[in-house]
Design a protein around this ligand. Structure first.
Ligand SMILES: [Zn+2]
Length: 286
């Protein structure tokens, strides 16, 4: 519809569209030459990684993570993550993105940035299994701490999700704990699945099973799972997604940059009824 206006009342509710008749007291925002669309949703990101943009270019995922990103992330503080998230929020606002799904550390600080920026965020603490039992307990506590923090904020725009990083960095116990707790809290489980060919090959060597087959076998898959990437899936694995109602965050730019070797099999996913959204992944991966 061209040459139209939208009338919004003080509560933020749209009251009229088309040729609207406002009063002189109305605040008028001139949007000539622009398009008015519903807010876009970024279904997978690590917002604070705006701080790492341009760092560690031209590497494949595993080298990029292990040699460059993970060592640097150990030195991040809450304040750094807050400012990184604020910058990311500004960038998303400029492109019409009003909602995002995030996984990172110092997420209480990311929540503060999200609230101040006026965006909607589904926030998860990225869990990676340490070798010890105590370490695993600590990761769970960090996740539950974020859950409590988000509940205490009572913000209608901020919600919590569990964030086991991936099936190759989290063991069965952690994955199933997230599954169970997500059911209890009625929230999503945000996870990376089958991102690169090398990851899938190593997983098959170690576990004698492909990633999605394994996740199906242990009872992890459900309609609460938001699976980022999901590039290296067989047709039968895509069907398992469809059967369990798994949703996909498709991140093609990140897959190109980190040499994932391909992109998610979208036609097969659509055929199997898998809901697919677009994600940017972290700003250092694009
Ligand atoms: Zn990611």
């Amino acid at each position: 519809m061209r040459n139209s206006s939208v009338s919004i009342d003080d509560s933020g509710t749209i009251r009229d569209m088309g040729i609207t008749h406002g009063s002189r007291k109305d605040e008028v925002i001139d949007c000539r030459g622009k398009v008015l669309i519903p807010g876009l949703i970024n279904t997978h990101t690590h917002l604070s990684m705006t701080l790492f943009r341009g760092y560690a270019d031209d590497l494949e995922l595993q080298q990029w993570l292990e040699k460059k990103i993970w060592p640097l992330e150990k030195r991040l503080t809450g304040e750094m993550c807050y400012f990184g998230a604020l910058l990311g929020a500004m960038e998303m606002t400029r492109t019409g993105t009003t909602c995002f799904v995030d996984m990172y550390f110092h997420m209480e600080d990311v929540a503060r940035a999200t609230e101040e920026a006026g965006l909607r965020g589904i926030l998860s603490y990225g869990m990676i299994d340490p070798p010890t039992h105590e370490g695993k307990e600590k990761e769970r506590k960090s996740s539950l701490k974020l859950l409590q923090h988000v509940s205490a904020m009572k913000s209608p725009r901020i919600s919590f999700a569990f964030g086991p990083h991936s099936p190759y960095t989290c063991g069965e116990e952690t994955l199933l704990w997230c599954r169970k707790e997500a059911e209890k809290e009625n929230v999503l489980v945000n996870i990376h699945i089958a991102e690169t060919r090398g990851e899938q090959a190593k997983f098959e060597r170690d576990k004698k099973s492909r990633e999605v087959d394994y996740l199906d076998k242990i009872g992890f898959l459900s309609d609460r799972v938001l699976a980022a990437h999901s590039v290296w899936l067989t047709k039968s694995e895509v069907k398992l997604y469809g059967k369990h109602g798994v949703r996909v965050a498709h991140c093609p730019v990140s897959n190109m940059k980190l040499a994932g070797g391909s992109v998610a099999p979208l036609p097969e996913m659509w055929e199997a009824g898998v809901p697919v959204g677009l994600g940017t992944d972290g700003p250092a991966t694009r």
